[in-house]
Design a protein around this ligand. Structure first.
Ligand code: ATP
Ligand code: MG
Length: 394
């Protein structure tokens, strides 16, 4: 009996017209997630099968692949009734149960018995050969699943839950504004769950922000890359913009104008990298720049959708998710982000868009944006390899 992981497509099977595309992307994402493991993968329209001599590690990695709703460990056998009966008996020897139910699925419609007949025969065989057990069709201790296919059959027991969602990149690409905080990694995770592949942009302001702050962001990107196959991080030097704003613009509008610059740069990066949307970790009401009026004044400068997956979450809900995806402990490391250094005492809560536009006339922001993008650095992060560029920075 070969042990095999069987992946069930679940929600994906509702994507009737696009199912082949979804499955192909899922397969490619699984292959990336199993990087540097020994395995063999086959698939068809209803199931994917993975063979490996390191099933434990494969299972660990599959639990981080979006688009997998359920999978199970199965046993591949010949599809004749004699083998199915004997194999079922052998597999049940190690299991503790009093009641059971046999469920048969038959994709091979020319098989001599129908599903009900197979279940009945196997059930009767088990009752005869294992003492003290009973059939319970409503609430059994154990389900014995049998799938009969054209050339073989599979036996399996309980399901293992996957993380669900859609396979990353089936919905295209988005650009995540990734800071070192708690919110933006969670926002990125939620976007990936909806099938969006992410690239990240990080605004740094050396020497006001440290190398540790940058490394922290790259470490967060590495944690997100587990779900994304790999992540490109665009690092933008924001120092000139930030210092000029600090010098020329009224103190209470610093953050609003800085964020308008970040949005403008993000939009250009989106266009250059085929990202359809901007994603960020803004959460309504959390800080002055996240009031509805602020969000409006900041959003005005771009012509591309901005999604804010944690917009309506409480901080506690965000923290819970951050813990679940293991970014929280990195996020709370105490390195200053570029926004936090220049935070004014009394940031405007209801910024006036006309004022923003007037103030921006005081600085040559187009040139500065152009410079910042021209000198940007790109780092690719693969979750299973410590790549060279990344090592060079550490
Ligand atoms: P976070 O916890 O994610 O840092 P925050 O509550 O500190 O969020 P802000 O600093 O106002 O909120 O930033 C809101 C969002 O803007 C962040 O979630 C992130 O998406 C983006 N952002 C802020 N600073 C940066 C930065 N230096 N680089 C890239 N994106 C940033
Ligand atoms: Mg922040």
């Amino acid at each position: 009996m070969d042990k095999v992981i069987i992946i069930k497509y679940g929600e994906l099977s509702t994507k009737k017209d696009n199912i082949n595309y979804f499955i192909k992307v899922l397969k490619n994402n699984i292959i990336s997630s199993l990087d540097n493991l020994d395995y063999n993968i086959t698939y068809d329209k209803t199931r994917m099968f993975i063979y490996s001599n390191n099933l434990e590690e494969v299972i660990k990695r599959l639990k981080n692949v979006f688009g997998i709703h359920k999978f199970t460990i199965g046993y591949k056998i010949d599809n004749n009734m004699d083998t199915i009966s004997k194999s079922s008996l052998e597999l049940l020897k190690d299991k503790e149960f009093n009641t059971f139910k046999v469920i048969t699925k038959r994709s091979n419609k020319s098989y001599p018995l129908n599903s009900m007949e197979v279940s009945k025969k196997i059930g009767a065989y088990l009752l005869k050969n294992i003492k003290g057990i009973k059939v319970d069709v409503h609430n059994p201790d154990l389900f014995l699943n049998i799938e009969i296919r054209k050339d073989d059959a599979y036996i399996y027991f309980e399901d293992i839950m996957g993380i669900g969602g859609y396979p990353v990149s089936t919905l295209g690409k988005g650009l995540l504004m990734l800071s070192g905080g708690i919110d933006s990694p969670v926002a990125g995770y939620l976007a990936m769950k909806r099938g969006i592949k992410i690239e990240c942009v990080y605004f740094e302001a050396p020497p006001h922000t440290s190398l540790e702050a940058k490394n922290k962001v790259l470490e967060l990107a590495r944690k997100l890359a587990i779900y994304n196959t790999e992540i490109k991080v665009h690092i933008i030097n924001f120092t000139e913009i930030e210092e000029t704003i600090y010098k020329e613009i009224p103190n209470n509008y610093l953050i609003t104008i800085m964020r308008r610059m970040m949005y403008r740069i993000s939009e250009i990066l989106c266009k250059r990298n085929n990202c359809k949307i901007i994603i960020n970790g803004e959460s309504i009401g959390q800080v002055a720049s996240q009031t509805l009026t602020s969000m409006n004044a900041i959003n005005k400068v771009v012509d591309i959708p901005v999604i804010r997956p944690v917009a309506c979450f409480d901080k506690l809900e965000i923290i819970n998710l951050a813990n679940k995806i293991d970014t929280y402990n990195t996020s709370i490391l105490p390195f200053e982000d570029c926004c936090t250094i220049f935070v004014p005492k009394h940031p405007v809560i209801n910024p006036d868009i006309r004022k923003c536009e007037e103030y921006e006339k005081l600085i040559p922001y187009q040139d500065m944006i152009y410079n910042a993008i021209k000198t940007s650095q790109v780092i690719k992060i693969n979750p299973h390899q410590r790549d060279k560029e990344y090592e060079d920075i550490l």
